[in-house]
Design a protein around this ligand. Structure first.
Ligand code: FAD
Length: 398
């Protein structure tokens, strides 16, 4: 949607195909980071964006072994908007759609599920896609197809692009519980032996992510819902008065976590960005922000060429390679950090319930250091909030 907006703004005809009828899904995360807020600011839209309901998180905290600990302080970084705007992603997508629709070249078709790509075999060129709609099959022809269809991308599969699996030892259970006036207000985490819970403040309710070992859902269900609720209360006792609202496993959604990356993000006539090019773990809440950075880089590199009717497929392919080159390093480093945290922090925390030790989980030493010297809280804030090689909007507005 962001790339659609940027290209339409640059005078390119864009069709965005979305398989669902709306954007009302919980699972995509709410974290609009300072890097994305900077992009919105550069588009001149920040004031309107921040007028939408959101929770501005300046300091990210976790309760580890019962002890409150600061993970990152965004107010300490040099950024136009030094905070995370927590906003349900459907609000963000609706906002981008409304803005994009102001440009005559933009068109969004919902209920249109891409099922295949269309190729000119002789030229080795992707020339469009096929999509299934309630009215039947739709074929869209285009100078460039962009696969921004997430970690189960149909486009990358149809294009036969090679995927490298980087491994994810965790899955996430997604659930919601109402908020009480006495609750501490902040979005943050709660970590205990064998337990890891992230809580997102959505105004009237908590959107919660409960981390389990990969493939652990069946074992959890065999232990029963009451045992699950007892574990939840160990790490979040504030839910004692409302955990009964989780009436069945239907109230708890399993989200399988994947971390992978395409070896090559493009083919002549086709480019993948976001999770379709590199599926991100939820760690750090960076996935949507990295996808936005890809969109900005792609628009910066491609917009002028796409607006030029005389551009050749060969010239365009050279530019697609530049997009991958531009974004690969940031993606590689971010995924390496996510995989390290998954393997060295989350897996040991989840396994720690099995041992004899029942003492409260100790706060890891790097966190003890940044809590002792608060100026250092800027470091994780910068890594998460801005990241590597932040992109700035350089595509034209026509
Ligand atoms: C459990 C979990 C929690 C996460 N939490 C966070 C978080 O808090 N913050 C964060 O930044 N990241 C988070 N992430 C990562 C984040 O969800 C992704 O990195 C991010 O959504 C990628 O954006 P995207 O636009 O590339 O893909 P997506 O957000 O997956 O969007 C893809 C879009 O394409 C549509 N689509 C899919 N297939 C087709 C098709 N065949 N035809 C047409 N349309 C199609 C989908 O409906 C969807 O709208 C989390 C990931 C997981 C697994």
């Amino acid at each position: 949607m962001m790339l659609g907006l940027l290209l339409a703004r640059a005078g390119v005809d864009v069709v965005v195909l979305e398989k669902h009828a709306d954007f009302l899904r919980d699972f995509r995360g709410d974290t609009v980071h300072p890097s994305t807020l900077q992009v919105i600011h550069e588009l001149g839209l920040l004031e309107q964006f921040l007028a939408l309901p959101h929770d501005a998180v300046q300091v990210l905290r976790a309760v580890i072994g019962g002890k409150e600990t600061v993970l990152a302080d965004f107010s300490r970084i040099r950024a136009h908007s030094p905070f995370i705007a927590m906003m349900p992603q459907w609000e963000f997508l609706d906002f981008l759609r409304d803005e994009a629709e102001r440009y005559p070249g933009f068109r969004l078709i919902q209920n249109a599920e891409v099922t295949d790509i269309v190729e000119d075999a002789e030229k080795g060129l992707v020339t469009g896609v096929l999509a299934q709609t309630p009215e039947g099959q739709l074929q869209v022809s285009a100078a460039l197809v962009i696969g921004a269809d997430g970690r189960r991308s149909e486009v990358r599969k149809a294009a036969g692009l090679k995927v490298r699996d980087l491994g994810a030892p965790i899955d996430v259970l997604w659930l919601r519980l109402p908020m009480a006036p006495t609750d501490p207000p902040g979005t943050g985490g709660r970590i205990g032996r064998g337990l890891f819970l992230a809580m997102i403040n959505r105004g009237s309710y908590w959107q919660c992510a409960y981390v389990i070992p990969k493939g652990g859902m069946q074992a959890l269900q065999l232990r029963g819902l009451d045992a699950f609720k007892a574990d939840l209360l160990k790490v979040a006792p504030l839910f004692a008065d409302r955990v009964h609202l989780l009436a069945s496993w239907d109230d708890i959604k399993l989200l399988s976590v994947t971390v992978d990356r395409l070896e090559r993000w493009y083919r002549p006539g086709l480019l993948c960005i976001g999770d379709a090019a590199h599926a991100m773990s939820p760690i750090g809440g960076v996935g949507i922000n990295l996808a936005i950075q890809d969109a900005v880089a792609a628009a910066n590199i491609l917009a002028r060429a796409l607006a030029d009717p005389a551009v050749t497929a060969y010239a365009l392919t050279q530019l697609l390679a530049q997009v991958q080159e531009r974004r690969l390093f940031a993606t590689r480093v971010t995924q390496a950090v996510q995989v390290a945290i998954q393997n060295r922090v989350l897996s040991p925390v989840l396994a720690s319930a099995a041992g004899q030790d029942t003492s409260p989980l100790p706060v890891p030493w790097p966190l003890r250091v940044i809590n002792r010297f608060p100026a250092l809280q800027a470091l994780p804030a910068y890594a998460v909030g801005i990241g590597i090689r932040p992109e700035h909007v350089a595509s034209p507005r026509v």
